[in-house]
Design a protein around this ligand. Sequence first.
Ligand code: NAD
Ligand code: LMR
Length: 338
Amino acid sequence: MFRFRSSASAKQSLLRRSFSSGSVPERKVAILGAAGGIGQPLALLMKLNPLVSSLSLYDIANTPGVAADVGHINTRSQVVGYMGDDNLAKALEGADLVIIPAGVPRKPGMTRDDLFNINAGIVKNLCSAIAKYCPHALVNMISNPVNSTVPIAAEIFKKAGMYDEKKLFGVTTLDVVRAKTFYAGKANVPVAEVNVPVIGGHAGVTILPLFSQATPQANLSGDVLTALTKRTQDGGTEVVEAKAGKGSATLSMAYAGALFADACLKGLNGVPDVVECSYVQSTITELPFFASKVRLGKNGVEEVLDLGPLSDFEKEGLEALKPELKSSIEKGVKFANQ
Ligand code: NAD
Ligand code: LMR
């Protein structure tokens, strides 16, 4: 275990006292895979989040350096680095939120499903430890293929007898971030004002942005909407190809992961009307897991919102994504129960 506390200036002590006085609850956030391409910038962004009081950085290697580095930043949270299996329990104990970006990323030519063989095992082990050491924590799953790793986590939690579907989230925020960016460019509207729900899952055609519900509204042609949809679905591949063998999205993912984690923490803290898209257990379609807008609350998912009106193009996209999403879910369930 590696502990790095920033020096306590008078101002910081005051800050800590005011945080511990009850206005902002203590929250422990654990990042599993914290020394990786996503893990490091995500650790930085979570260190900057005033809702976090304790930041636990776990990886199989290199966490001492990451924790020492991030731990020097003069913000609220205490940072502790944990390395290797023997320290996983301590990394997780008392966690309110566990974020999982552990696992291998894609190289050009691979699909996310090509990562299944390695990442499924990693996720399975980490989720078994979560079940044991922090069964009440919210879990934000980033590791790919998300369409399968979330069902794997659910099955592992069910076996451990602690599954709470309100607490398990596949992080699809990067799809929303991309859809907003690409839409703003074409619609010529300020990107900070844009909202676009993205539903379905997190791989290729299973990613379905609902540009018909985008705000501010813009009168874009069918061809432009088709191209925007395709670019959002291929956003991950665009980065994988640009990185040419050096991995997949890390910085934009860390940003997206930090946004989603912040929303979860706000929900836990009782902030009203926190709504984000996420891949969760769902009954809004016939598929047992599905990404849609979700209202977050003190227990995690407070409400899975329905899809709202879809354009004909989006209705077709919804039907087209179901077979692939169904088979990715079944693959995860089967693996977890082997
Ligand atoms: P990376 O290889 O840079 O980092 C992964 C980290 O996981 C490494 O530090 C590695 O040591 C660690 N790790 C491996 N096994 C572990 C274990 N058992 N316990 C703890 N840590 C372990 O990869 P990356 O670029 O950070 O990507 C990580 C994952 O996130 C990949 O599966 C990638 O496909 C996925 N991803 C998802 C999204 C999304 O939108 N959900 C976006 C980008 C990447
Ligand atoms: C992404 O969407 O960037 C991630 O899922 C990583 C990938 O493999 O594309």
